[in-house]
Design a protein around this ligand. Structure first.
Ligand SMILES: *Cc1c(COP(=O)(O)O)cnc(C)c1O
Length: 460
């Protein structure tokens, strides 16, 4: 018996021998080796316990190892966004800055003063950490942050207009991708929507006529993802603010993206900043953390302290509050804006918008050279194209860009697109004119190694 066991153990292949038969990259080599050692140890134990009376073949051990490795591949993983759409909602909108990485490391892997006031040792508020930076950047009296901007609008309306009427222009009854509809959010918040004006024209007198003793708030919504053009009119913010003040009503402005800097410097059309909107008289402004701001997913509510105090007491807040990682990422992102040049350099969303076509062309040329010699089957060419900002921001505005385009002798453009998407690090491309476009606006130089390796594997 003991002899039999010794014989089986002696038949087991060595780790090194097996390792040679599993294709690995440098990065995963030690992981594969570790897994092989673990599986061999388990097999030895089973043999010693008499549970295994025959040595498994090399192929069986390798299959077991690959199965094990597969189990620890995450479903949620990084991809290369080669679409050129910067705020691609399906691909995670804004990439976070390196500064955020450091701050996350510091506060989410350690205990923190999340809700602890270090000045007196008493319980504190998680929102207090953002007050000073938000005041500096927007002039707002106070701030509160929730899960996303949809939740921000919900909290603001539920706090200020539950069981009351909410006046909105018919031209601003927007639907944002992923089923956020203003009329439904107002209803979900317990309010009753009162539409004023018409689709193309709404005047201040329409709002004035709509106000009565049941009115809870005036709501203005940024028509992020569409434009009404032609014969149009809007009640302007200053007039709305005056009307709201006359009646002691809060004026809520859902800005959607929310800007802290002037985007005209990148050739984009004028949009008022959060500071300007507050100055014109909005009492409450809501915006997203992960659209043009370039931070984590969050809904930021800024404005009058008396209204924000009421929101802090709303039970709903507990259900939609942010966690410590979001708070850390948001404070780090906002603090970059204290120096605008630094913000543009460090925040990926702004950096991608700010890139000049000639810089992108240069990046495209470098990537093309990396891909040129991969295969005779692959034709690589740099072509001009247009990028989009995405996330419902500047819907009609395209940014001139350059793409590395791929054409395969053996696959159709759609087949090649699928293959690119099925790699370990998926590459999400755009198909146009029978070619796969890899837009260099949303690809960082640091991604080139991965892209070249994945495409080389496809043609190996
Ligand atoms: C994007 C957007 C929202 C929803 O924001 P999320 O952060 O995605 O929840 C709400 N209102 C407007 C005007 C928007 O543009």
């Amino acid at each position: 018996m003991a002899n039999q066991i010794q014989k089986i153990l002696a038949q087991l292949p060595s780790v090194d021998l097996l390792l040679k038969q599993i294709p690995t990259e440098e990065l995963t080599h030690s992981k594969v080796k570790e897994k092989l050692q673990k599986i061999l140890a388990e097999i030895r134990q089973a043999v010693l316990a008499g549970d295994m009376t025959e040595a498994p073949s090399e192929q069986e051990i390798i299959a077991l190892t690959l199965d094990e490795l597969d189990k620890h591949q995450y479903s949620f993983k990084r991809v290369i966004n080669a679409t050129g759409t910067i705020l691609h909602t399906n691909l995670g909108r804004s990439n976070l800055s390196e500064r955020v990485r450091q701050q996350l490391n510091e506060v989410s892997f350690n205990y923190s003063n999340l809700e602890f006031d270090l000045s007196n040792g008493q319980r504190g508020s998680r929102y207090s950490h953002l007050v000073s930076v938000i005041q500096k950047l927007t002039g707002a009296e106070d701030v509160i942050v929730v899960n996303n901007n949809a939740a921000a609008v919900l909290l603001a309306l539920n706090t200020l207009a539950d069981q009351k009427e909410v006046l909105v222009s018919r031209g601003e009854l927007v639907e944002i991708g992923g089923a956020f509809r203003i009329p439904e959010v107002v209803t979900a918040a317990g309010g009753e929507i009162v539409e004023v004006g018409t689709t193309n024209r709404t005047h201040i007198k329409d709002f004035r006529e709509g106000v009565n003793e049941n009115t809870g708030a005036l709501l203005k919504v940024h028509t992020s993802n569409y434009r009404i053009i032609g014969f149009t009119a809007k009640a302007d913010l200053a007039e709305l603010a005056e009307l709201a003040k006359e009646h002691g009503l809060p004026l809520i402005d859902d800005l959607g993206s929310g800007l802290l800097i002037d985007m005209r410097q990148f050739g984009l059309p004028y949009e008022p900043s959060i500071r300007e909107v507050l100055k014109l008289g909005a009492d409450i402004v809501t915006f997203s953390g992960d659209k043009l701001l370039g931070g984590p997913q969050a809904g930021i509510i800024v404005g009058k302290k008396k209204y924000i105090e009421q929101m802090k007491k709303n039970q709903l807040l507990r259900a939609i509050r942010i966690d410590k990682m979001t708070l850390a990422a948001l404070e780090a992102t906002l603090s970059l804006y204290l120096d605008e040049k630094e913000a543009i350099r460090e925040i990926p969303t702004l950096r991608m918008i700010a890139q000049k076509p000639e810089e992108i062309a240069e990046k495209a040329q470098t990537l093309k050279e990396r891909l040129d010699d991969i295969s005779d089957q692959l034709q690589v060419e740099v072509l001009p194209d247009d990028s989009k900002i995405g996330g419902g921001s500047y819907p009609e505005h395209l940014l001139p860009t350059f793409a590395v385009t791929l054409k395969s002798q053996t696959d159709t453009a759609d087949e090649l697109q699928t293959k690119l998407r099925e790699q370990k690090v998926p590459i999400i491309s755009r198909v146009k004119n029978e070619r796969n476009y890899l837009d260099l606006r949303t690809i960082e130089v640091a991604d080139f190694d991965v892209i070249a390796a994945e495409i080389a594997k496809m043609f190996a």
